[in-house]
Each structure stands twice: as C-alpha cells, then as structure tokens.
Design a protein around this ligand. Sequence first.
Ligand code: SF4
Length: 308
Amino acid sequence: MASRKSPDGRKPLGRAVAAAKPAPKRARVVISVKPAGKHATRVAAGKPVTGARAVIVEKRGTQARPTPPKKASATRGAKTKPGVAAEPLAPRAVFRKLSAYHADAHCELDHRSPFELIVATVVSAQSTDVAVNQVTPELFRRWPTPAVLASADPGDVERVILRTGFFRQKTKSIQELARKLVAEHGGEVPRTLAELVKLPGVGRKTANVVLGVAFGTPEGVVVDTHVQRLSQRLGWTRHQEPLEIEQDLMREFPRDDWDAIGHVLIFHGRRICTARKPACASCPVAAHCPSAFRAENVGRKPTRSRPS
Ligand code: SF4
C-alpha cells in the first residue's frame, strides 16, 4: 500500500494522523533517579531498561498521575471505635467542663415574673427564643396580668404573637392558662409539677422550665430537642423518648444540677453541637465524647415525610 504524505509533503502520515485524531500530549515522567553512568538503570512502566544514562522517560500519551492526597476521614480525630470516647470521663466531669465553657448559660426567654415566663414558654413551642422575645414586650405591655390576658380579644392576641407560628392554638392556650390561674390559683403560677402540668398548654418540659428558672426548685430536667440530642451524643442515655431521657439524667446527676443541665446543654447545642454540623473540632469535651467527629446522625430526629 502506498504511503500517504502530509500536506507539506515531508512526512508519511501514520494511522493515527490519517484518522484525524489529535495527537496525545506528551508527559515527562521521572521514573527514578540513580547515579548516571554506564551501568545505570532506568525503569519504565515497571520494566528495567539497562545501559542508559538518562533517568527521565517519556511516555507518549500518558499523563503523569500524582499520588492522590489522602481523603479526610469522616472520623477525623477519632481514634477509637464508634461509641467509645478517646478519653472516657464520667458524665458529671464532662458536665463540669461544659458548665465552665458555657458559664453564662441561662434561660434565653425574656421575662420579669413567673407569669411572663410560663406564657413565654408556651408561646415558644415550635418557635425560637429570638422570635418569642420580639413579641412578648408588646404582649405583656397590653396584657400584663392573668386577669387582663384572660379577657383580651383573641384576635388582638393572635396578631401580636403571629410571627411565632401556630398563633391561634397558642392564643387559645395562653388565654385558657390565664383563666385557670385566676380561677384556681388566685392569679399566681403554682409551684409544683403536679399543678403546673394540669394547666392548658403546659407539659412537663414547660413545668420544669418554670420550676427551675422562676422558683429554683426543679422537679426534673428540661428535655428539649437540644438536651435530647446531646444526651444521646455524649452517651448519657440510650433512650429516644424525652421522659426516659429525663429519668436517665435525673439518676445520673444530683438535683442541684438539674436546672443547669438544661441551660448548659441548650447553649452547647445552639452554639457548638448543632444538629446538622456539630463543630467537634471546637468542642471542649471532644476527647470525652463517644460521638466526636461522627455525630451527624446521632440524636437527629428522623426526617418527617409529608402525609400523601
Ligand atoms: S460537638 Fe462533637 S464532640 Fe462535642 S458533644 Fe457534640 S458530638 Fe460530641
């Protein structure tokens, strides 16, 4: 077969050129470095080639492949088995460290009395403390006592607490709560868990907030979403339900700590150990946490699916 020539007539065209494929880039790959000399050895593609001075090998069409950097481990910093802390420490000691770190931990709902606190806590359901603190000054300016709140126009109350969500149900709850305080407690907030949980809109969590913050006499531990998640991540409970988690915490910690546990864990959960991306690298108890650097799915609430 007659050889074909290039357009300038100088070189015969090879198959690759004839197929109009672009020539692959040359890559210079340093395979090995040895003392250059008569008997130096170079190695190309794993095969030794003797008698060459050069230690640089050119491979047509082969890109130099740098060694890929090691991927960051999902368990960076965790040198232990899942569920085991690097430096195990008793829950009380871990809590002391967290308490020192969040020395300013406190209830973040603005209030001036037990009445304002219990109303603000009911309004805070499914909302944020920031949103609640934006509406309660107006709420308590217009209706400062249980008696006046009980007789307020529901539409007016709804408009004031609108931005906290579920405003109709919350209005109903705080007005019924106010009426019951007037009718059965002389307009005062009761001081026992048993009486508090009988009030409209008041569950065990709200009752514990009021007893711990307003009266300094907690009868349990506040278990909200942060306390629930962190208790699980720190290995302080294996339970999922708030009531069972609360029982575990009450068994583990002395009564003097019950009020502070809620504030400290809520502070930590909002600032460091968030649900989606816990900042374990910044956490003061990472060495003592069995979930450190692998906590994303620990203590998370399951994704809710919309009913079809
Ligand atoms: S931030 Fe990380 S190390 Fe700290 S408590 Fe949460 S999961 Fe544990």
